[in-house]
Write a protein that binds this ligand. Structure first.
Ligand code: AMP
Length: 419
């Protein structure tokens, strides 16, 4: 065992997995940039206050934060999520609205590591600030849905709910508390009840199932405005032929959520970790961070879990990046250095052998690299300014000796024929 390993819940993403990671980010960027979103890059570290403003009913803030004092005596934290950081940025820079941004990056939560749950994990997501329109809720949900589609995922379930207006929600929470007080809840849910009755609906414990099934429904508490907003969202999703289910027990952690909330679940993942991502509308967060009252909506999708779901469904596999050519340098001279540089300058993917190893050893490397051609530079070729071009695929034809001056155009021609 080496002296050092990654900390629990943290991983190295090695090639070729990292390429899949990058491609996933590329797909996400394509989907959201085509809808007018610009990328925001915020620091990994923020004043701890940015996150404690999210509310103290969430474990993310109360129990799981990587918080410490920096050398200047500031209380800081590694970001556990991005929404608060984006709202902090909005309050700081006061951009014109609507402000549509997307992000990708790592978050940190001190959780118990398991499949699909890490202490450093990545999310991609969007936030839109300054728009109350229900059609924006539809747009945002549709973007996440389009992203999963483009990855090839088919077994993703969308559930939506509305928490109503803050007053509707307050009345609902009261009724819910009254209901749960009468029930025989699990010990954990009893504790949750004293802090946030809504979160009892999140319980997956069998003992709580009956109490949850008979609990009052949020829809009974909607104001006319909230009901209309939610109806518009559902109608919009129907129009776009996006499958969804209204799930009255869906609540989400943030205290600031109002109206539409949603979650995407991966059917192939274990139920405790089946949330691929989610989001919703929120109010008051920008204000709490010192900005003007601004409505917001967004979502965050877990990259790690999305890739696990892709593996489970056998889609979005890592495609080995094939090299175009591998330079086998038998003389250890300047010719191979030049040939390799010329390949790369021409936009071809090229690698080479080093250390003057034997022809056989270097051909093995060429093979392993998956290159379409080996370019062999031996004594004769060095003297005559030529290169031997050897197709690597079986039955791909004979090797040819090509003058250096024609090499690039020859390879480009041959590669076109291969594709
Ligand atoms: P949240 O910010 O808690 O709503 O999480 C949004 C998404 O991020 C979840 O649905 C997961 O896909 C992902 N996620 C959250 N926490 C973790 C974690 N500890 N490890 C891996 N993915 C996570």
């Amino acid at each position: 065992m080496p002296a050092f390993q990654t900390s629990p819940g943290m991983r190295d993403i090695l090639p070729a997995d990292s390429a899949r990671w990058r491609r996933l980010n590329g797909v996400f960027a394509e989907v959201v940039e085509a809808a007018g979103y610009g990328q925001i890059i915020t620091p990994l570290l923020e004043d701890i206050g940015v996150f404690t403003r999210i509310g103290d009913a969430t474990d993310v803030v109360t129990k799981e934060m990587y918080a410490f004092e920096d050398l200047g005596g500031r209380q800081v934290a590694l970001r556990p999520e991005m929404t608060a950081a984006v709202c902090r940025s909005f309050a700081q820079h006061r951009p014109t609205v609507p402000w549509k941004v997307w992000y990708t990056g790592s978050n940190f939560r001190y959780e118990k590591p398991q499949r699909g749950r890490f202490r450093q994990f990545d999310q991609v997501g969007v936030e839109v600030l300054g728009v109350d329109d229900a059609n924006l809720d539809v747009e945002v949900i549709a973007l996440a849905s389009e992203f999963f589609q483009r990855l090839g995922l088919r077994r993703v379930k969308l559930i939506v709910n509305s928490l109503g207006e803050p007053e509707d929600r307050a009345r609902y929470v009261e009724a819910l508390a009254e209901h749960f007080e009468q029930c025989d809840l699990s010990e954990q849910s009893r504790a949750t009840l004293t802090k946030n009755p809504l979160r009892v609906l999140d319980s997956k414990r069998e003992q709580d199932a009956g109490a949850i099934a008979t609990a009052p429904k949020i829809s009974e508490f909607y104001s006319a405005e909230a009901a209309e907003h939610f109806a518009t969202v559902c109608a919009g999703l129907d129009r776009l032929a996006i499958d969804f289910e209204v799930e009255p027990t869906l609540v989400r952690g943030l205290d600031y959520y109002r109206r539409t909330i949603f979650e995407f679940q991966g059917a192939t993942l274990d139920s405790a970790q089946n949330a691929l991502g989610g989001g919703g509308r929120y109010d008051g967060l920008v204000e709490a961070l010192g900005g003007p009252a601004t409505p917001g909506i967004g979502f965050a999708l877990g990259v790690d879990r999305t890739l696990l779901a892709c593996e489970d469904e056998g889609v979005f596999a890592s495609d080995d990046r094939r090299l175009d050519a591998f330079v086998v340098d038998v003389v250890g001279g300047g010719a191979a250095v030049e040939v390799t540089a010329e390949l790369r300058a021409a936009g071809l993917a090229g690698d080479r052998g080093y250390d003057n190893r034997s022809m056989k050893a270097q051909m093995k490397l060429a093979n392993r690299s998956g290159a379409a051609f080996a370019l062999i530079v031996g004594e004769d070729e060095d003297a005559n300014n030529t290169v031997v071009v050897k197709p690597m695929a079986r039955d791909a034809g004979e090797q040819q000796t090509i003058p250096r001056t024609d090499l690039i155009s020859h390879l480009q021609h041959e590669l076109r024929n291969l594709r």
